[in-house]
Design a protein around this ligand. Structure first.
Ligand code: PMP
Length: 398
């Protein structure tokens, strides 16, 4: 019998994928790229990536490794050289004494650290508390693994920090972890040690893991300082720390980072990595070892100074627009512009900016209910792009 092809219905996909929204940030960046391919002059403030490429010394180390035959699988936990460089970085910059043998795993960027750690700790139906607004991939990732995301608002009137009573009210007997991010995407908040202690108290009293996304930890501005929650008293046993080079060394395409966590968590993550992906690419780990092993060189420190200047420029320009209020982020490189006074919704304004002036920004509502009335704008584009973007924003927001 010839096969009928016109009436074939492929087998159903998993329900997990039906439940998952697209990543709003990736969708808008893709839309901007499509417009660009059609010949439009798009200014893209949507994706969280800087104008700069990865500094050349890091690239050279990776390409030398590749040319010298470092092209084979590594240990699932990552190369010892990479883990040792990470341990040096944690000691030098974060006051952490980590054992590279048992407490560090190489990951594909920060997201892979998040997936492996969630898979290591979640049983079906377990709840994870997370920030609203927060990074767009957290809730879908928790859901993919059978967990339940429980957003707790970061209220603008509380300077985008959790209120301890609201955090406590969200705890149930199914709560397994608190997931948070500092410096924060999208609001730019950097938690002081005292603010972290709110989370520490709740985690310790309720025996919860704290998954701490610290991907922006090397870029904090002015007098603000980053503190790792794992260094707060008694917190090492509860903390799963995610870090990487995607943002701070402009290495988004490399897909490299690491997780620092108690040894039993790392052991579970290694088993998962063995089966799911084998290891992070070998020569990539060598480039990353270069980036972490030594004190950041001027190629990185000058870039960060430059980013601070651009964040200051962009946020003050945004703040001067009628109906818009935008302060300098404490860390990270996003402007979190409060547009509630304009009377327009964040989706409507973002859409109008893209359609009328080909400026791509992310509507705050993409990050959660509490993000409604805000826009997220990446401030670390080139000066030329920033100036062009500001000119166009002024035409739309009058
Ligand atoms: N966490 C946060 C808060 C982010 O903003 C991003 C990137 N946008 C990631 C994780 C993803 O990091 P990576 O690309 O290293 O997986």
């Amino acid at each position: 019998m010839p096969m009928k092809t016109d009436s074939v219905h492929p087998p159903e996909l998993t329900q997990r994928i039906h439940a998952a929204p697209e990543s709003a940030t990736v969708r808008i960046a893709d839309l901007a790229k499509t417009l660009r391919r059609q010949g439009e002059d798009v200014v893209d403030f949507s994706a969280g990536r800087a104008a700069e490429d990865t500094p050349k010394p890091i690239c050279r180390t990776a390409s030398d490794a590749m040319m010298n035959g470092d092209t084979h699988q590594t240990m699932a936990q990552g190369k010892p050289e990479y883990r040792e460089a990470v341990a040096k970085k944690l000691k030098r910059e974060n006051a952490i004494d980590a054992d590279p043998e048992t407490e560090i795993i190489a990951t594909f960027g920060c997201k892979n650290g998040l997936t492996l750690s969630l898979l290591s700790i979640l049983n079906p139906g377990d709840e994870v508390i997370l920030e609203d607004p927060g990074f767009v991939s957290y809730a879908p990732t928790i859901q993919f693994f059978g967990g339940v995301p429980v957003p707790v608002p970061l209220r603008p009137e509380n300077d985008h920090r959790w209120k301890e009573e609201e955090l406590r009210a969200a705890i149930t007997d199914r709560t397994k972890a608190i997931l948070f991010c500092s410096p924060h995407n999208p609001t730019g908040v950097v938690h002081t040690p005292e603010e972290l202690d709110v989370i520490c108290r709740v985690a310790q009293e309720n025996n919860l893991y704290v998954i701490s996304d610290e991907i922006y930890e090397r870029v904090v501005w002015g007098a603000h300082q980053h503190t790792c929650i794992s260094t707060r008293p008694g917190m090492k046993a509860y903390s799963i720390t995610l870090m990487g080079l995607t943002k701070t060394a402009s290495m988004g395409g490399w897909r490299v980072g690491f997780t620092y966590a108690p040894a039993p968590v790392i052991r579970a993550m290694v088993t998962l990595q063995q089966h799911l992906a084998t290891c992070v690419s070998s020569f990539t780990q060598m480039g990353a070892a270069h980036a972490f092993g030594e004190e950041p060189g001027t190629d990185l420190t000058n870039m960060w100074k430059e980013w601070e200047r651009r964040c200051e420029y962009m946020t003050s320009e945004l703040d001067s627009l009628p109906g818009v209020s935008c302060s300098m982020p404490e860390g990270g490189f996003y402007g979190w512009a409060d547009i509630r006074q304009t009377g327009e919704s964040s989706e409507a304004l973002a859409e109008r900016l893209l359609k009328e002036q080909h400026v791509a920004v992310v509507p705050g509502s993409a990050f959660g209910e509490q993000g409604a009335g805000f826009l997220r704008i990446t401030c670390v584009k080139s000066d030329q792009e920033l100036e062009k973007g500001v000119e166009r924003l002024k035409r739309v927001i009058k």
